[in-house]
Design a binder for this molecule. Sequence first.
Ligand code: KG4
Ligand code: ZN
Length: 344
Amino acid sequence: MEQKEQKDILILAIESSCDETAAAVVKNGRDVLSNVISSQIDLHTLYGGVVPEIASRKHMEAIDGVITKALEQANVTLADIDAIGVTYGPGLVGALLVGLAEAKALAFATNKPLIGVHHIEGHICANYIEHKDFAPPYMTLVVSGGHSHLVYVSDYGKYEIIGRTRDDAAGEAYDKVARAIGMGYPGGPKIDAAAKKGNPNAVKFPRVFLEEDSYDFSFSGLKSAVLNYVNKQKMMEQPIVPEDIAASFQQSVVDVLVTKTIKAAKEKGVSQVALAGGVASNSCLRERMQKACETEGFRLSIPSPVLCTDNAAMIGCAAYYEYLAGVRDGWDLNANPSLKLGER
Ligand code: KG4
Ligand code: ZN
C-alpha cells in the first residue's frame, strides 16, 4: 500500500517576555528555518538591569521588523505558516503583551491557529532542537534569570516540578553578585569569563542544600555571603580580587546545581538529563554536569548557548508539540506574568 506523505508543519513563533524581541520559523518542531533575536541588553545595561517600561517600548519598535526578517530568512510567507506560537507567561506583563497582541493580530488576520506557550516549557524544548533524537522521559534543570527548577519530564508537555528556588533564581544571583563586584549587567556571562582567571577555592562560600530530602534551591544566603565578604574586605582595607570571588561564588552555585540534579535523576530512575535556561550557557556548569553524568552513566543534553538564552525557536518547538496535542487558544488568551508550568 502506498504510504501517505505527512505534511510539514510550519510554526511562526514569537517571544518577548523579557529583554529580547525574537521571532522564528520552525519546521516539524525541531528544524529551525530562522531564529531572529533583537537584544535590548545594551540599553538596559545603562540602568544595571531590565527596565520594564523601556522593554515594552523597544519590543513595540522591533517586533514587526523581527517577524518580517524571520519569514524572509526562512524563505516563507505567512500563507505557508500552519500556526502561530507565542510566549504568554511568565515574564514582564508589558513585554509579554506586545508579542501576544502581535501574535493574535497575525493569527486573526490570516485565520491561523494561535498557541500560547509557557516560557519555561520553551527553554526545556530547546533540547529537542539541539538533539533530533532526544525525547522524554528525562530530568531537567531549568536555570534562568527568573527561575531555578528541577523538572521531571515524563512525556511531551507533561511536567512535574520536583524542586524550585525558595528565593533568588540562579541567574538573578549571578546578576546581583556581578553588580556587587563591579562587573555590570548581565552578570552571568561576565562572572563566567572572570571565573576562568580566578581561584575557585580562594573564598569559602556556603553551599545551601536545605533539608536532606529537598530538591529546592536557595541562593539568597550565598548572595549575602558574597556581599558581606566584599564589605568586610573593604572595611579592613584588604584587597578584593573579583576573579577569585567570581570563581568561588560560581563553584558554590554549580556544586549545588549538579549535586541536586544527579540525585533527582537517580531517584526518578531516568537515564537522561537535560539543561535549560540562560544559566545553562555557563561553561563551568556545562563542564561539571557533563563529568557528573558521565560518571553516573546518564545521557546529558545541553542546548548550544544561543538556544539556552531567550529565543523564539524554542517557543516554536514547544508550540509544535502543543499543536500536535490539539491545543488551540482563543482571542481571550491573556498575558500571565506568573503562569505556572503545566498550567493553562
Ligand atoms: O533564560 P534567560 O535568557 O532569560 C530568562 O528567562 O530569565 O536567562 C538570563 C539569565 C541572566 O540572569 C544571565 O545573567 C544568565 O541567564 N546567564 C548566565 C550566562 N549567560 C546568561 N549565567 C551564568 N553564566 C553564563 N554564561
Ligand atoms: Zn528565559
